[in-house]
Write a protein that binds this ligand. Structure first.
Ligand code: OAD
Length: 246
């Protein structure tokens, strides 16, 4: 058996025996559905300066420009469907008494696959929020016809209900994550397809590990977070997860 097979078998045993599982996902889980990641080759932040399209200041200065970028992301995301990695996580949820998934992704491919217990720490791209009255509603029109769109309730400006740089992460997602971690021992922590670039992501992964969890990283490449993992499985999530969770 080669070292990768040994690690995969060890991870399988951890998952087989785990009753409480905490999962963190990032852009890598959706990569095989055709959604671009942020960093690395072909990443969104290679082609676009995030300060021009993903900050409150950019929106204040030129909302139509920011919306054009989000419109193109919406059009690109609309036809995407969940991949085998998303689907394997649904089977995992159904077979465990305690499961919680925290995603950094603004797509809804986890929900489309059937995941029920999850929170979006960076919001959801299909949700629109009025900057004046705060109303939030879902609108799945792939490409909005009039930019910037306005609120039906008060005519204020609508923005994507996603977290931009310099903004607070989603409070309901913080609370759901912390409640899950506070209420039980964690048997397995899966960190999938993310650079774990933000301190709160690394913090929650390590907090779960500190509650007795074995931390397994699944990623095509090594990350700055890899050394914190008990087991690292290298490869695409859409291949590794179905094998790991079979
Ligand atoms: P990144 O683009 O920073 O990282 C994607 C990770 O996925 C990398 O570590 C890749 O090696 C890995 N990867 C790529 N394809 C994969 C595959 N098929 N299977 C497994 N792993 C794969 O994305 P995130 O870490 O999710 O925030 O980025 C976090 C946040 O940074 C995003 O939510 C976004 C961005 O700025 C906001 O917009 C607020």
């Amino acid at each position: 058996m080669n070292p990768d097979e040994i690690k995969l078998n060890q991870a399988r045993e951890v998952i087989r025996d785990a009753s409480s599982v905490f999962v963190i996902t990032g852009a890598g889980i959706s990569a095989e559905s055709g959604v671009p990641t942020f960093r690395g080759a072909g990443g969104l932040w290679k082609d676009f300066d995030p300060t021009k399209v993903a900050t409150p200041e950019a929106f204040e200065e030129n909302p139509a420009f920011v919306w054009e970028w989000y419109n193109s992301r919406r059009a690109d995301l609309a036809p995407r469907v969940p991949n085998a990695g998303h689907e394997a996580l649904v089977r995992l949820e159904k077979s465990r008494p305690d499961f919680f998934l925290l995603t950094q992704n603004v797509d809804d491919l986890h929900e489309q696959a059937g995941t029920e217990t999850l929170a979006h720490i960076h919001g959801r791209i299909w949700d629109m929020r009025c900057v004046s009255c705060g109303d939030v509603h879902e609108d799945r029109t792939p490409s909005l016809p009039e930019l910037p769109p306005c609120c039906n309730q008060c005519s204020g400006l609508l923005r994507p209900d996603v977290v931009w740089f310099g903004e607070m992460i989603k409070e309901h997602a913080i609370q759901a994550t912390e409640a899950f971690l506070a209420q039980r021992e964690i048997d397995a922590v899966l960190v999938i397809g993310t650079e774990a670039h933000f301190g709160y992501i690394a913090h929650w992964a390590l907090a779960a590990r500190g509650r007795n969890g074995i931390l397994i990283e699944i990623n095509t490449d090594a990350t700055a977070f890899s050394d914190a993992a008990d087991l690292t499985l290298r490869g695409p999530a859409g291949t590794i997860l179905p094998t790991l969770l079979a």
